[in-house]
Design a protein around this ligand. Structure first.
Ligand SMILES: C=C(O[C@@H]1C=C(C(=O)O)C=C[C@H]1O)C(=O)O
Length: 365
């Protein structure tokens, strides 16, 4: 069990129903663009507006946000549309400025949540304030670091906390800008069940054509909301142009999402589900038996290699196996990346078993 005190987010006068929708431009660029986007979103029923004021950019020279001058624009958004407004904060100064201008909620970005000093600075600044704080996953796939950031904010007395899952950086080429690694937010849900998790399809996808698919997956995993970037003229956006959509496109996408029931109710036909689950149990048992057998063969190979003074890693054989298993997997309609991950993991364990065998044999010598 964790020792966090997480309370539901309450925004006065707003009933937060699943899915919570937060939208707005990546960056507040001009007063006109900010207000125009907000008004269109409000017309589509969006209640929580986001806009970046301070933007951490990978390389210097890119548009780094308008800074404090943008905060009065957000104040106008509140006054003229009735929406709640949120910004990203990364320093104590950002926190003080945001609160001064009546910002309703703040979030900690992925680059900040990766840095405990920075998170602590924000936590110290926010101490004693009653404001919801959303915490994005750190850029690196480290669940403990994410939970650590949540703990730091919670220890500052903030109880209205939600997590934002925006995916994880990786060096590999992939169709995603940030790999979703769904198992990480799933594990977060298991560890802190009452913590709302909001998915950020814009940053996971990095391009607008994947937003619907990722949003649907998030809902089917029973996450609580979506934060999606929108702009009146997405292609002209000063930052993240490829992943933004118009407020109208957002509404259209949201209308097409299917909201499935999170609980298996009394009325759902249980016989079929029980039968299917039994089949899964049996197959998983077989998978485990097979893995056990495969590892004992690896150990025998380890012994053979020790006796014959051969290195454990055999890249040519490993390559052959990977190509062959990917091919055989895709022939069966299995996803190539999935097969790759499984066999990489099996290989890693196989190597580790063989090293153990070798080390043991060596010390006996
Ligand atoms: C088991 C072996 O050792 C290593 C592990 C492999 C595996 O588990 O499939 C394949 C190649 C080697 O890197 C082997 O050489 O066959």
């Amino acid at each position: 069990m964790h020792n966090l005190n997480i309370q539901p987010i309450t925004l006065p006068g707003l009933e937060l129903k699943r899915p919570i929708i937060i939208s707005g431009p990546c960056s507040a660029e001009t007063e006109e663009q900010t207000l125009a986007t907000a008004k269109e979103l409000a017309a589509q029923g969006v209640k929580i507006f986001r806009a970046g004021i301070w933007k951490p950019r990978t390389r210097p020279g890119a548009f780094e946000g308008v800074g404090t001058v943008g905060l009065p624009w957000l104040k106008r958004v509140k006054e003229e549309t009735g929406m709640f407004v949120g910004v990203e904060v990364a320093t104590a100064h950002h926190v003080y400025e945001a609160v001064k201008f009546g910002i309703d909620l703040v979030w900690i970005g992925a680059r900040t949540s990766a840095n405990p000093f920075a998170v602590q600075e924000v936590a110290d600044a926010i101490k004693g304030m009653d404001i919801p704080v959303l915490i994005k996953n750190p850029v690196n796939p480290d669940l403990e670091l994410w939970i650590g950031a949540i703990e730091r904010i919670n220890r500052a007395g903030i109880t209205q906390i939600a997590a934002i899952h925006r995916g994880f950086s990786s060096y590999d080429q992939s169709e995603f800008r940030n790999h979703p690694q769904w198992q990480i937010p799933i594990e977060l849900r298991r560890r802190i069940p009452e913590l709302p998790i909001i998915t950020d399809p814009s940053h996971i996808a990095g391009r607008r054509d994947l937003l619907a698919e990722i949003s649907q997956e998030a809902l089917d995993l029973n996450f609580d909301g979506l934060i999606i970037e929108s702009h009146t003229c997405p292609d002209k956006a000063w930052s993240d142009a490829k992943q933004q959509i118009t407020p109208l496109a957002l509404k259209d996408m949201l209308d097409n999402l299917v909201l499935r029931r999170p609980k298996i109710g009394e009325d759902t036909p249980r016989v079929t589900l029980d039968e299917l689950r039994k089949k899964i149990d049996k197959l998983d048992d077989q998978l485990l038996d097979l893995l056990k057998e495969r590892m004992s063969i690896s150990e025998a190979i380890g012994k053979y290699k020790f006796d014959n003074n051969i290195t454990i890693l055999q890249t040519r054989r490993y390559d052959e196996i990977m190509n062959n298993r990917r091919q055989r997997g895709t022939n069966r309609g299995l996803d190539e990346e999935f097969i790759t991950r499984i066999f990489e993991s099996i290989h890693e364990e196989s190597i580790s078993r063989q090293s153990q065998i070798m080390n043991k044999a060596q010390t006996k010598k």
